[in-house]
Design a protein around this ligand. Structure first.
Ligand code: G3P
Length: 218
């Protein structure tokens, strides 16, 4: 099981990487737009790759196969750890087939159904990104999608890794991993919530208060 950080914020990435909490990073055009300013996106992807020793998903912004393949090839050239993200469209699946045939790892994103995930695996995807939170947002069952994909991939020995995305809270993380997702990608806020527990805070305060009464140093 791997934990990726879902952000392009270098400070958050460096902090989580230094703590040994993450195994990779995922980004998307919205997350990049939040941090890029007037900087070259390729430079930002390189900085992220240098901050974490693991897969870094960088998404194409074209919608046609030919340009997706061109963008994906240039993204992959930034660093060996880049995984190229393409949207789950017909053009995206054809681009996935072409890029993966060149040994470029592809993360097929914006997945909302089991049939989509099945076709992404057949197109050679290294990762499939089902968006759990966005399904829950419209009163569908995002976790059921993870279960369906796991069953289908296992039934037919498909090696595409399930990268649970659009996770809104710790329960999404725990349940997606219980369902057998290979990776959970978390916004920094969700990662911070995974660490905190009120009983930990209360217990630590009690330990320190009792130690204070003793009046000693270690
Ligand atoms: O990696 C996909 C993720 O960033 C989408 O999350 O919260 O925008 O649905 P969200």
């Amino acid at each position: 099981m791997k934990i990726f950080l879902d952000t392009a914020n270098l400070g958050e990435i460096r902090r989580a990487a230094a703590a040994g909490l993450i195994d990779g990073v995922t980004t998307n055009p919205s997350l990049l737009a939040k941090v890029a300013g007037d900087r070259d996106p390729m430079e930002i992807f390189l900085e992220i790759c240098e901050a974490i020793d693991g897969p870094v998903s960088a998404e194409v912004v074209a919608v046609d196969t030919e340009t997706m393949v061109d963008e994906g090839t240039r993204l992959a050239a930034v660093h060996p750890n880049i995984a190229v993200k393409v949207p789950l469209t017909e053009d995206g699946l054809v681009a996935c087939r072409e890029l993966s045939s060149r040994d470029i790892p592809v993360n097929v994103t914006l997945c909302f159904s089991a049939p989509q995930a099945l076709l992404a695996a057949k197109a050679g995807a290294a990762y499939i990104s089902p968006f759990i939170g966005r399904l829950d947002d419209i009163s569908h069952d995002g976790m059921e999608l993870i279960r369906q994909i796991r069953v289908i991939y296992d039934n037919y020995g498909m090696r595409t890794e399930i990268l649970a995305a659009s996770l809104r809270h710790p329960r999404h993380v725990v349940e997606s991993l219980e369902m057998g997702a290979d990776v959970a990608t978390l916004p920094p806020g969700v990662l911070h919530k995974l660490i905190r527990h009120p009983l930990t805070d209360l217990g630590l305060a009690a330990f320190l208060a009792d130690w204070e009464k003793l009046g000693r140093d270690l």
